[in-house]
Design a protein around this ligand. Structure first.
Ligand code: PHE
Length: 340
């Protein structure tokens, strides 16, 4: 057996076949099911116990040597076949399209980045919420008609209902409950309203809402923050105007319009001839809302604002049908390939 091992070792060392089929033949002859080395392993069972150690080691060496040699021959064979093949390295590569970011993500990042520069932090919260954070703490008493403004998807309607948030103002309540003052945050996120899906409405959309609470915060501060935001977002020439409005959680409240960045105020079909585009709601946080979250409304005041991301994206790219944002039609998404 010892001699046999020596002969095989020498044979392996001398192996020098180049063709892949020859290498495979050598492998089968040595290591295959009925190969020489496999046979030796079978014979090993009959070796006297005191010799087992020595033979065992030798056999293992033999097997390792054979495996390594076959592997080396294979690699050499492959290399030579690659270098001898006739590849045309000057041919252009196969076109490979990069994916694109979703327009909602692009605009959300843009909005958040602008406010980050103004010193706002980002706060996020759950999409499945309770009645307190979406309505009650925001000054919507039970049965308040203002709840009809936002058709809610309820999950359970016990005393403190569980529901899908209809706005990210719920995140602002959570922030007021736990963050130290002053608070300066933006809350991006997905919201849900029970609306029939059409070109102008969807049951899912995205918002960025903002909140600033400190001592002596005034309506003028809010106007300035929104004006600066609008100029960063829509261009340095942008003007804003505010129209009185109503939200249960702010008093006074306003809708914000920006001057139409398509026709620059002359009137076009995007601004429906008015020269203005509505972009957000805002207002001074109602003292009841501050108190509900344990903030002293005599000492502190603040403003809040909220905008729909799809709406801003529609204005930015003149996408007329809201459904485009949710259908993931590759032809639509590819329009944003260059906007990385
Ligand atoms: N939460 C309001 C909405 O979803 C937007 C808003 C936020 C309005 C803050 C005023 C102040 O419609």
């Amino acid at each position: 057996m010892k001699e046999k091992i020596e002969t095989l070792l020498a044979e392996i060392e001398a192996l020098n076949c180049k063709a892949e089929n020859e290498i495979e033949e050598a492998r089968v002859r040595l290591l295959g099911k009925k190969g020489e080395i496999t046979k030796l392993f079978e014979e090993f069972r009959t070796v006297a116990p005191e010799m087992k150690r020595e033979f065992g080691q030798k056999l293992n060496q033999l097997k390792t040597a054979a495996t390594a040699k076959i592997e080396a021959l294979r690699e050499a064979a492959q290399e030579s076949s690659v270098s001898s093949a006739s590849f045309d390295l000057t041919k252009p590569g196969d076109p490979f399209r990069l994916g694109s970011r979703h327009p909602v993500s692009i605009v959300r990042e843009e909005i958040v980045e602008i406010f980050r520069k103004f010193g706002y932090d980002v706060a996020e919260g759950p999409e499945i919420e309770d009645d307190w954070h979406v309505f009650e703490a925001l000054n919507f008493p039970p049965e308040h008609p203002a709840r009809d403004m936002q058709d809610t998807f309820f999950i359970s309607s016990s005393a403190n209902s569980i529901l899908l948030r209809t706005h990210t103002s719920s995140v602002q309540v959570r922030a007021m409950e736990k963050l130290p003052l002053p608070i300066r945050i933006v809350c991006p996120g997905r919201v849900f309203r029970n609306e029939a899906i059409s070109a102008r409405a969807h049951c899912i959309f995205h918002q960025v809402e903002g909140l600033y609470i400190d001592e002596n915060v005034t309506f003028a501060d809010m106007k300035q923050a929104i004006l600066l935001f609008a100029r960063e977002m829509f261009g340095a020439e942008t003007q804003i105007r505010m129209r009185p409005s109503y939200f249960p959680f702010t008093e006074p409240s306003a809708e914000v319009d920006v001057s139409c960045n398509i026709c620059h105020g002359k009137g076009c079909n995007i601004c429906k001839g008015t020269g203005w585009l509505e972009i957000m709601g805002c207002g001074m946080v109602d003292p009841n809302v501050l108190e509900a979250s344990g903030i002293d409304s005599k000492k502190y005041s603040g403003f809040a604002f909220g905008m729909g991301i799809e709406r801003i994206a529609m204005l930015k790219w003149q996408v007329k049908d809201l459904r485009n944002y949710f259908e993931n039609d590759i032809r639509f998404l590819r329009e944003f390939e260059t906007v990385i």
